[in-house]
Design a protein around this ligand. Structure first.
Ligand code: B3K
Ligand code: ZN
Length: 869
């Protein structure tokens, strides 16, 4: 396969501008007619032809200023239409035909679940009509949607300006969006939905109509999303002074969608998973995600739509910034601590793994084959961590000044990450030059801590702390430079006295590490000082800090920042698992059990922190502090630790469980904390056969999905018969609701059972399963590949082969989803050689497959080319 990579360095401004786009779209499942009228202007003086992207289109006609072009005046290939003209300004009219019903890749215009729907980001508009499909061509759109009257609701971006009948059976609606936008923000939806309406009045008094479209019969499940939208609108006004700018804001929930949601101007399209929620069918996490994704897409209206990206290499300009904004919003709506923990887990589980793999890239990538492959945890989540560092360095007021300046300079433009940095620079005296390396350097920096002491004659102890940084080479970039790292520091003695205030290098609890290493000293009367380095995960880095058990427990007891206390427990648990990996027969020391018991006693009234502190790091997180992983040894050690944990702390766990009263369901922070803590504890107790009945009784009595699923997840540790019986009951109750059934699919797919392949094959034949639905595929195949570590990594290679067989079929239907699910297979570098051989063998099968998509080709070929020596 020969595919050309695009490089950031090759950017050229567009040769033509398109001021207005007039689309006339007559919907039909297999014969949708698109008439596109473009007002085109040549940029500057040149004689290059006008080249428009196109993919899977059938061209019917093309005219300039009303005159049809003859064959020698244009050329069409599989991917482009080129028009040769000497005119500097002209009206180009193109007519083409597409077949939405045949579009299973869910990119462009597709028909699914009875509704027409579009997805254009990153490069899907070219599957609708010929256009300069790049984010720096901004146009004002007028769109007329025509359809049979059996399709009653016809939506597009902006405000409706006209509607009526075409004939007895056909009607139309015309939309106008006054804000110039790139074509990736174009959207059209047509179908028959239930509609929830509301309104919002902005601070300056503008009334905005809010409309939420959901599948028939699901109205009550949309209320929370609509309330979330209003909270997001208010928050963006309060925190950033940003108001909405159209008369109407629409959200449509659809069942077939490749990702979470899409921020099309004035017409967001959502995966129904991130809209529909009620007490019975949605967990607290689902509610959280709905609110956070609704806010994320809304926040894009300014960071993404009003100010957009010049080219796709700049994706983090809008995504990193918008993720940071949605994280801040969620922290304000729920709890700062659990949000921070959630996001740090994502970084450690997934982003660090990406950095260590062949897909390693800076938050602003340099080279791309398939853009859809770069909607990554690096661009999004590490990108958000980089924005968070601006926020830390500039402070909330400085950051706000920088944002105001960014909008003042760039509203209505398509810009670069450098433009953002420059706006931030204008709001601070700190020289951000070195800081910008975070945009160009890939990989996870490692901060090492060394601590030495010297006792003076007068008995004062001088503690020297040395912090060094080192970023290991990554697949895309061998040479690394020192980064500008804000390192949050807490230094405490055994009594919890803080020593952070009297050292001149530590300002506001932070030092700046910008060279290979730095040193600072602290004087104390004791030789026992404990440094907490990179508190609150103040930079996306790893820390090597050789602290003993006692110090970790001191941090837990005394650190001011609750995040740091949680983090110390995570490190402690990681150590325990390591001990059991190295000597499986050994027992965890009483010092540790007693320490954990004290920690539990200390936090018994703080269920939020307590719940999080009782979570053992996931297998995936543990992988990031190990190399050459023998999966079965690590899983066994983790399981052994969990078993010892349940046995060793049985009484304490039971006490916690019993102390949390069953109350009527409410989605409030304190109730969420209680349910979370109770379900974390239940999962531990479930490992002890004598407590299986608690799991069953919670399942039987639960009045909300959080507790039902808490019981069902815990049942994974119970006897097979208990698990099977609860799963059967769940299926019977929820068989009618595929979104809920996804949870059931995922639990089956992550079972460590010998008949797992038979189970998955059966799941794929389930009446509610369809390969064409990404949510189903992610629940079954995605859950297996990402989270069934023991069976996916079975040492005979059967798990890898199973996933590969599936991907070969899926790739022909939906390459974007296939390329997501291949991720764990491409990350072979971390595993022991007996795994690597099988993983590479399956990657080889994929690469040799005729007709492999460029999505899979990019990830698979890079992975196989990776040289880890
Ligand atoms: N911007 C979209 C993601 C588009 C993904 C294209 N493969 C959703 C978001 O980040 O808000
Ligand atoms: Zn986004």
């Amino acid at each position: 396969m020969s595919v050309q990579a695009k490089r950031r360095a090759d950017y050229q401004p567009p040769a033509f501008s398109i001021a207005t786009v007039d689309l006339h779209i007559t919907l039909h499942p297999t014969q949708t007619k698109v008439i596109s009228t473009l007002s085109v202007t040549r940029n500057g003086v040149h004689d290059t032809p006008l080249v428009l992207d196109g993919d899977n289109l059938s061209l019917d006609s093309i005219s300039i200023n009303g005159t049809y072009l003859s064959d020698n005046e244009y050329t069409v290939t599989d991917s482009a239409l080129s028009v040769v003209t000497e005119l500097d300004e002209f009206v180009l009219e193109i007519t083409n035909t597409i077949a939405p019903e045949h579009n299973k890749a869910l990119e462009g215009l597709y028909l699914s679940g009875g509704a027409y729907c579009t997805q254009c980001e990153a490069e899907g508009f070219r599957r609708i009509t010929y256009f300069m499909d790049r984010p720096d061509v901004l146009s004002v759109y007028t769109v007329t949607v025509v359809a049979d009257k059996s399709v009653p609701m016809l939506l597009a971006n902006g405000n409706p300006v006209d509607k009526g009948e075409v004939d007895e059976n056909t009607h139309f609606v015309k939309w106008h969006d006054p804000h110039p936008k790139p074509c990736y923000l174009f959207a059209l939806v047509a179908g028959d939905f239930d509609l929830l309406t509301d309104s919002y009045t902005t601070t300056s008094g503008k009334e905005v109509a809010l409309e939420l479209y959901v599948d028939k019969g699901k109205k009550s499940q949309g209320i929370f999303a609509l309330e979330s939208l209003k909270r997001a609108m208010k928050w963006d006004e309060d925190v950033f002074g940003l108001e909405y700018d159209l008369d109407i804001y629409m959200i449509v929930a659809v069942d077939f969608f490749n990702m979470g949601a899409m921020e099309n101007k004035g017409l967001n399209v959502f995966n129904s998973k991130f809209v529909l929620a009620d007490q019975k069918s949605a967990t607290d996490d689902d509610f959280f995600n709905v609110e956070s994704v609704i806010a994320h897409e809304y926040f894009h209206n300014w960071t993404g739509n009003r100010v957009t990206c010049r080219d796709w290499f700049q994706l983090s300009l809008k995504e990193g910034l918008t993720v940071f904004r949605d994280q801040q919003f969620s922290a304000d709506m729920t709890s700062a601590l659990s949000n921070r923990i959630k996001h740090v887990r994502v970084m450690r589980e997934h982003q660090f793994a990406e950095d260590a793999s062949a897909m390693s890239h800076p938050i602003r990538p340099e080279e791309v084959i398939e853009m859809n492959n770069f909607y990554t945890v690096t661009v999004y989540d590490k990108g958000a961590e980089v924005i968070r560092m601006f926020h830390t360095l500039l402070g909330p007021d400085g950051f706000r000044r920088g944002m105001d300046e960014y909008f003042r300079r760039h509203d209505g433009q398509a810009v670069t990450c450098d433009d953002f940095i420059s706006a931030m620079q204008s709001a601070t005296d700190i020289d951000l030059t070195q800081f910008t390396r975070w945009y160009s350097q890939s990989g996870t920096p490692v901060i090492s801590v060394a601590h030495s002491t010297e006792v003076n004659d007068d008995g004062i102890v001088k503690h020297s702390f040395t912090l060094s940084q080192h970023t290991p080479a990554t697949s895309d970039q061998k040479e690394k430079l020192p980064l500008y790292i804000p390192v949050n520091i807490e230094i405490i003695d055994d009594e919890g006295k803080s020593y952070t205030d009297n050292e001149s290098l530590i300002k506001n609890g932070m030092v700046i590490l910008k060279d290979d290493s730095m040193r600072f000293t602290v004087e104390a009367k004791t030789t026992n000082l404990t440094p907490v380095v990179l508190g609150n995960f103040s930079a996306p880095a790893k820390v090597e800090n050789p602290l003993g058990t006692e110090s970790l427990l001191t941090i837990f007891k005394h650190a001011k920042d609750p995040f740091n206390r949680w983090d110390a427990m995570q490190t402690l648990y990681d150590r325990c698992v390591k001990q059991l990996e190295e000597s499986p027969e050994s027992g965890i020391s009483n010092e540790i059990w007693n320490g954990i018991k004290q920690a539990i006693a200390q936090e018994q009234n703080n269920l939020e922190l307590l719940g999080e502190c009782l979570v053992i790091p996931s297998f995936e997180t543990l992988c990031q502090s190990r190399s050459n992983i023998n999966v079965s040894a690590l899983s066994k050690a983790r399981k052994a630790f969990c078993d010892q944990f349940a046995r060793g702390l049985e009484k304490e766990l039971l006490d916690i469980f019993n102390s949390i009263e069953q109350k009527a369901y409410s989605y409030t922070q304190s109730a969420i904390n209680e349910r979370r803590c109770k379900n974390v504890v239940l999962a531990h107790l479930a490992r002890l056969p004598q407590h299986e009945h608690i799991v069953v009784s919670q399942f039987d009595s639960a009045d909300n999905m959080t507790d039902t699923l808490g019981a069902l997840g815990s049942a994974q540790h119970c006897s097979a018969s208990t698990f099977d019986s609860l799963m059967a009951q769940f299926e019977e109750t929820w068989n009618h609701d595929p979104l809920v059934l996804d949870k059931w699919f995922a639990l089956h797919a992550t079972q460590n059972r010998d008949d797992i392949f038979a189970t998955i094959t059966m799941l794929c034949e389930h009446p509610q399963f369809a390969m064409s639905n990404p949510n189903r595929v992610r629940s079954v195949i995605g859950s297996f590949a990402f989270y069934n570590s023991e069976k996916f990594h079975a040492v005979d290679g059967s798990g890898y082969k199973f996933v590969t067989d599936y991907l070969l079929k899926l790739d022909a239907v939906n390459p974007q989803v296939a390329a997501r699910i291949v991720t764990p297979l491409t990350q072979w570098q971390g595993y022991a050689s007996e795994h690597q051989v099988h993983m590479k063998q399956q990657l080889g099968r994929l690469l040799n497959h005729k007709g492999l998509s460029k999505d899979l080709f990019e990830k698979v070929s890079k992975s196989l080319a990776y040289d880890n020596h």
